[in-house]
Design a protein around this ligand. Structure first.
Ligand code: N01
Length: 546
């Protein structure tokens, strides 16, 4: 039977889409390249992988039973526990029967005559449906830089985002890792424990602060569960989709809010140099992230950057290594904040060497290692922790062709053009979940996913009820939305001229430099989406066939 909706991807977005669309009576077919559910958490199995949002918040709110029955072992969960959660959801809600695994979508084309989306797969099959939802994730296309000689490496080559399911034995091995973003920073301390020697090939030093590494206490979990209704409401009213709920019952007053830092209203410039040092000493490096002016005032930003550098100089024994680990040409708040467990201490180990690629660039990958301008590093294992073609990568890779034969790659040649990160003009009835121009990666992803899938589900319901055949944004609505997305990002550290982040596409050679996520806040964004729907889908063109 022809499905009503084709969904690409069985990560959390695709999984919730099955639950939501099925509930409203739609026949859903999901196509997934992996052999099981979980998306990001299925692919990123590298040692040390974990989430940077507390698990009681980074969890679905659509089912009270699910909220109450699931227990998290840690405050910030590791990848295996999040994948277990995904599997539990798939089992509990019988999602797998709607998913075709090991099936990669290779083409997505609109047939104007039948008004159907036709999807081709690498298994040689073809699927059609009136609606298509791209639930392909924001960080799902691994970036592998084109290093000279890369293909010649004869040892074991790995990418953090394509880590094997089987254990990788690194004992007695000389391991090299390229990249010191979130993935590299999480993996490096673990790899150092497993390898005979670890060489860290670093091009850009990172600002990283210690992660919360607490085990979950039963009383805290109980208190969250007792308050989940209010917590979900609080998430809806927070810019980043997190409630920041603080347990009262289960935490003694004296120990309450240890991570709260200086409070959102404080300014680092309002403190004297001695006060700044005292606050940092008492509360730790992560305190710097709590000062509001650090994100908007370049002078305040540099004060915080310098305090950060001083702290790293104290943490790393070897002065030359410490100096190479200091970010000096961009500020805190430009990139996604990285959290670590013992990152700087790892460079005090005898079996870890930092290779500063700015001083001595990679000249070539050879069959037996890496050669820099200074020396040869023989390696048994080479790990790429080199990130992703973020936000647009998976959509462009899917070969999407819309009305009149227009391809998405053509439409987005100078940057992603979309309305609310939900739809693109010229691609009727095609929806994106957490697409560019939506809060997406700046928001708790599970909150963002539920909001988008609910909106899409309601939209399809509206179209069916009103016998409308197609929906797509107007050109004006797209242009106005992009102007607004750019306007709210201006003047933040995210778009500072010194900032080169994947938010801006700056990590991919040739990618247009555009700030892709919506920084105006989740509640403001959701209100825009809800208003459009309430006004009969204002900003969209709705068509009935003759
Ligand atoms: O990727 P990145 P990531 N030669 O792009 C380096 C999420 N995430 O996978 O900056 C040498 O941040 C590159 O150097 P440079 C999270 O949202 C979350 O680490 O381009 N080096 C950089 O050091 C995160 O932000 C979690 O100079 C090269 C690194 O590779 C996002 O995923 C955990 C190079 C890439 O860093 C991406 O993080 C993991 C080259 N040719 C990921 N090319 C958590 O929840 C690239 N690099 C905690």
């Amino acid at each position: 039977m022809q499905p009503d909706v084709l969904v690409v991807g069985a990560g959390f977005a695709g999984m919730y889409a099955i639950y939501r669309f099925r509930k409203q009576g739609l026949n859903v077919q999901v196509l997934e390249a992996g052999s099981d559910v979980g998306g990001t958490w299925y692919w990123n199995r590298y040692p040390g992988a974990r989430c940077d949002v507390p698990s009681l918040e980074y969890s679905f709110g659509f089912s009270e039973e699910l909220e109450q029955e699931w227990d998290w072992p840690e405050v910030f969960s590791a990848q295996p526990d999040i994948l277990r959660y995904a599997n539990h959801i798939a089992d509990r809600f019988n999602l797998r029967e709607h998913i075709r695994f090991n099936t990669r979508v290779t083409g997505v084309a609109y047939d104007e005559e039948t008004r159907l989306w036709r999807l081709q797969t690498d298994t040689g099959e073809s699927f059609s449906a009136p609606y298509c939802v791209m639930a392909t994730g924001c960080l799902s296309v691994p970036n592998r830089p084109a290093l000279p000689g890369a293909a010649s490496f004869a040892g074991l080559e790995l990418h953090t985002a394509l880590w094997p399911k089987e254990d990788v034995d690194l004992s007695g091995k000389r391991v090299g890792i390229i990249g010191t973003g979130s993935s590299g920073v999480q993996a490096i301390p673990e790899l150092a424990k497993a390898a005979e020697h670890l060489y860290v090939f670093q091009r850009t030093p990172v600002y990283t602060v210690p992660a919360n590494r607490k085990a979950m206490r039963d009383a805290v979990q109980r208190e969250f569960k007792d308050n989940y209704g209010a917590i979900r409401d609080m998430q809806q009213n927070n810019a980043g989709g997190v409630s920041n709920f603080r347990p009262q019952r289960s935490v003694e007053a004296a120990r309450r809010n240890p991570m709260d830092g200086p409070g959102a209203e404080s300014k680092i410039k309002a403190l004297t140099p001695a006060e700044r040092k005292a606050v940092l000493k008492a509360r730790g490096l992560e305190t710097l992230l709590g000062f509001r002016d650090v994100y908007t005032d370049p002078e305040a930003n540099e004060i915080a950057n310098e305090l950060f550098r001083d702290a790293v100089r104290e943490l790393v024994d070897d002065a030359e290594t410490a100096e190479a680990l200091l970010p000096k040409d961009y500020g805190l708040g430009c990139k996604r904040q990285v959290l670590d467990r013992d990152y700087y201490a790892t460079f005090n180990r005898d079996n870890v060497t930092l290779v500063d690629l700015r001083a001595t660039p990679i000249e070539a990958v050879t069959p037996d290692g890496i050669t820099t301008s200074a020396q040869r590093y023989p390696l048994d294992v080479l790990i790429y922790a080199t990130g992703f073609d973020a936000m647009t990568g998976a959509l462009l890779k899917a070969n999407i062709t819309g009305r009149g034969g227009q391809t998405l790659n053509d439409k987005w040649r100078v940057g992603p053009v979309a309305y609310l990160g939900l739809q693109m003009r010229g691609f009727p009835n095609l929806f994106t979940v957490t697409g560019p121009g939506s809060p997406s990666v700046l928001c708790n992803m599970l909150v963002a996913i539920e909001q988008h899938v609910n909106w899409i589900g309601d939209c399809i319901d509206y179209l069916q009820t009103n016998h409308i055949d197609s929906i797509e944004p107007t050109e004006q609505a797209e242009q106005d939305w992009i102007a607004h997305v750019n306007e709210v990002a201006e003047g933040t550290m995210y778009t500072a001229p010194s900032c080169n982040s994947w938010y801006l596409g700056a990590n991919i050679p040739g990618k247009p430099r555009i700030f892709m996520p919506y920084v105006g806040g989740y509640p403001q964004y959701k209100a825009r989406c809800d208003n459009a729907a309430r006004e009969g889908y204002s900003g969209f063109e709705l068509k009935r066939s003759a």
